[in-house]
Ligand binder design. Structure first.
Ligand code: NI
Ligand code: MN
Length: 233
């Protein structure tokens, strides 16, 4: 995997930080303080210019409001989720919907489908959060990555490959709430990336899929197991 100047750090679960060649900091699925797999040294976010939110479940946006209040980043999400974040005091939302692409700082972000649910737990209520999504991010150096969010495999992953051809894909493999390695292997068949980075496993006991299980099922894709806190540069 050659990131050509991007620094990609896994903070555990579905949370990733990407530092762009232009020096911008992107945080995908901001769940750090409450994330049991996030290393202690990463729980205090130092800098963030853009936050990308895949859906409203707590293990994806659990710290979005607090981080946004501290750093005032541009927050990308589906309109219903952005609207809810605004009611909680998030100032700079950049809403979009599936199929759309927008330039945010120095990245091009495309929102794509995910096959998952998206209620937002707010006190003792569940608020309609729109739909769950994934993102394809294109950097100025031409590298394209796909963060699938929480999802099952779906046939339109083939469209993601044909239209955007991401070389690096982050796929959930934990099972129970998302794909297991079996479905993720089929996703690799549809997406044909160079590298798959497994996520959303091991955080809780029910998330029992493992990267080694996925690697056994895919021949032509590098399964790159990261450890929380690790940076690939
Ligand atoms: Ni979820
Ligand atoms: Mn989740």
């Amino acid at each position: 995997m050659n990131l050509r100047g991007i620094k990609l750090t896994w903070l555990g679960h579905a949370t990733f930080r990407a530092e762009t060649p232009g020096g911008k900091t992107i945080l995908i699925d901001p769940w750090v303080m409450g994330n049991p797999k996030c290393p202690e040294g990463e729980k205090k976010v130092k800098k963030v210019d853009v936050m990308l939110c895949t859906h409203g479940h707590f293990d994806h946006i659990g710290d979005a409001v607090e981080i946004a209040k501290q750093h005032n980043p541009k927050v990308v999400g589906i309109p219903e989720l952005c609207g809810w974040l605004q009611t909680k005091g998030v100032r700079q939302t950049a809403e979009m919907n599936k199929g759309g692409t927008q330039a945010i700082e120095d990245i091009q972000v495309t929102m794509v489908h995910a096959d998952h649910s998206c209620g937002i737990t707010d006190g003792d209520q569940v608020i309609y959060g729109g739909e769950a999504c994934g993102y394809v991010i294109e950097f100025t150096n031409g590298v394209k990555i796909y963060h699938a969010g929480d999802t099952n495999v779906f046939g339109d992953m083939q469209i993601i490959r044909e239209l955007y051809a991401p070389s690096i894909v982050m796929l959930p493999i934990g099972d129970h709430y998302t794909m297991s390695p079996r479905e993720a292997a089929y996703a690799c068949k549809l997406l044909q990336p160079q590298t798959a980075i497994p996520m959303h496993f091991g955080t809780f006991p029910v998330l029992k899929g493992r990267p080694s299980d996925l690697q056994k099922l895919v021949a032509n894709v590098e399964v790159r197991e990261m450890v929380p806190g690790e940076t690939i540069a």
